[in-house]
Write a protein that binds this ligand. Sequence first.
Ligand SMILES: [Zn+2]
Length: 63
Amino acid sequence: MSRRGGGRGPPQGGGRGRGGGPYAAGPGGNCVCPNCGKSVSHQAGVPCYQRKCPNCGSTMVRQ
Ligand SMILES: [Zn+2]
């Protein structure tokens, strides 16, 4: 899966899932907007910080 916006941190090969890092909280879960509180279901392979709130356009964070 190619990432847009340049590499942030070292590429991780193979180690997807558990114990990968701060963003590897496992499948499922939600992303939440810190601005308006809107939450959406997290998509695998799409970090919450790369998603925009459908309400206000803020960058979302993992809930
Ligand atoms: Zn929002």
